[in-house]
Design a protein around this ligand. Structure first.
Ligand code: UD1
Length: 426
């Protein structure tokens, strides 16, 4: 149990490199089981969720090693399709193994996945898609046994463009007999990254990044070497941190094209954002401007994963803003904590009404989920006084040593063990 202790009020300044995308790396690691042999995957961040995925791969019989930014997975000796319950419940992304295991072994045994408590987070669309390909499901206690003697291509329409369901169906369909089309597919950049990885293994997939994805099944896939895209949510988090502290920050190794909606909202808030190839410069002088209405929606609209962070910026704006959340119903848990730091925010159903205040004040607050935790860190950096953020294991699921990255930008942030001892010397 560790916590972050933040001395706020210091503008961030300097340059950092952004690590690889968690949400791209997790399905890609799961997809590695589709081909026997050794895959080498670069730009994989060192995060709790990645460690859990590597544990699961090992439990299934693979070897998996994470050195620096590179993961090497050998999937030849995979002997089980039964994901251990204690690992499955640690993160939602364990669900990504369903499609690949069905394709490789003809079966997958899973449990209700864990992950951030940000809403109901059902898996019905995953199951409907896999069922259309020929999978059958049987529940016994907490366990769900999935079997498919044969997977056959199908025409699948998703009621909602679910990121995970789109990815699971793509991974199952690559080795199905015949052609699969996913209509109303999610269009997130991580889905394009998965298509590129699967195609590097020999799959035939077209259309990722649009709402119609076609997969022509192939008999065999081969292992490959691949590089994960930069993390757009980490990039966005640091852009907001720079703006909220009225700092001047350069972010390297990023993909600005994945952040169009975010750059648009920040510019409306009066933040200077300059894009130069794979580099973004962010600076902000004075109080941000309010933004009348920000609405989260599937890509390419404004991402739900940056809603909490941008809410911190708007809570410091010179006026009134509205933030509407349309993707997850339970995603305003950070509001109570921000109010404790002096923010003036009222939630009504899926909208937050934010009246900007001149400043926030340090407090002891609790990270309730990954992105809410990141938002509280930003609030602490911008606030006057000391902020203690507890329950930071949530933050470690998505940010590779956030305090080290922030320290490079001049922030005063320390990781302490729960008993108060300093855990990391910066
Ligand atoms: C992924 C991301 C997460 C992000 C989210 C939305 C990963 C590892 N995680 O999560 O960071 O916040 O996309 O951009 O990539 N739904 C159903 N039934 C299903 C599946 C989803 O009703 O079978 C609903 C969910 O409850 C939610 C919405 O669809 O309300 C979006 O979920 P989805 O796009 O599937 O998100 P994840 O893949 O879980």
């Amino acid at each position: 149990m560790e916590k972050l202790v933040i001395e706020g009020g210091k503008p961030l300044s300097g340059t950092i490199r952004i690590h690889g995308a968690k949400n791209a790396a997790l399905p890609i690691l799961a997809a590695s089981v589709l081909a026997k042999g050794t895959h080498v995957i670069h730009n994989v961040p060192d995060l709790l969720d990645i460690q859990v995925m590597l544990h699961i791969l090992r439990a299934l019989g693979c070897t998996a090693e994470h050195r620096g930014e590179t993961v090497t997975v050998n999937t030849t000796s995979l002997f089980s399709s039964h994901i251990p319950e204690e690992l499955m419940t640690q993160m939602r992304s364990s669900i990504f193994l369903m499609g690949p295991l069905l394709a490789r072994c003809g079966s997958a045994h899973i449990y209700q996945p864990g992950g951030c408590a940000i809403g109901e987070r059902r898996i019905n669309l995953h199951l409907l898609g896999l069922e259309a390909l020929g999978a059958k499901f049987e529940e016994s206690g907490n366990m769900l046994a999935c079997r498919a003697e044969k997977l056959t291509g199908a025409d699948i329409y998703l009621d909602f463009p679910s990121v995970g369901a789109t990815e699971n169906i793509m991974m199952a369909a690559v080795k199905a007999e015949g052609s699969t089309t996913i209509h109303n597919a999610a269009r997130e950049p991580e889905i394009q990254d998965l298509q590129h990885f699967l195609c590097a293994m020999g799959a035939r997939i077209y259309g990722a990044g649009t709402d119609t994805i076609t997969i022509e099944g192939v008999a065999e896939l081969a292992p490959c070497t691949y590089r994960i895209i930069p993390d757009r949510i980490v990039t966005g988090t640091f852009m907001v941190a720079a703006a909220a502290t009225r700092g001047n920050v350069t972010l390297e190794r990023v993909c600005p094209a994945h952040l169009t909606s975010v750059i648009h909202v920040l510019r409306r808030a009066g933040v200077q954002v300059v894009v130069d190839g794979d580099v973004i410069h962010v600076s902000c002088h004075g109080r941000p401007k309010p933004v009348e209405r920000v609405v989260t929606s599937p890509h390419p609209a404004f991402p739900t994963d940056l809603q909490a962070q941008v809410m911190v910026l708007l809570s410091l704006a010179d006026g009134f803003s509205i933030m509407k959340e349309t993707v997850f119903e339970g995603r305003f848990k950070h509001v109570d904590e921000l109010v404790r730091m002096g923010a003036d925010i009222r939630v009504d159903l899926s909208s937050a009404f934010i009246r900007g205040v001149p400043r926030l004040y340090g407090a002891t607050v609790e990270a309730t989920d990954l992105r809410a935790g990141a938002a509280l860190v930003i609030a602490g950096l911008a606030a006057r006084g000391t902020t203690v953020v507890e329950q930071i294991h949530h933050i470690d699921r998505g940010y590779d040593r956030i305090e080290t990255m922030l320290a490079r930008l001049g922030a005063k942030v320390e990781r302490h063990a729960f008993n108060g001892a300093r855990a990391v010397t910066l």
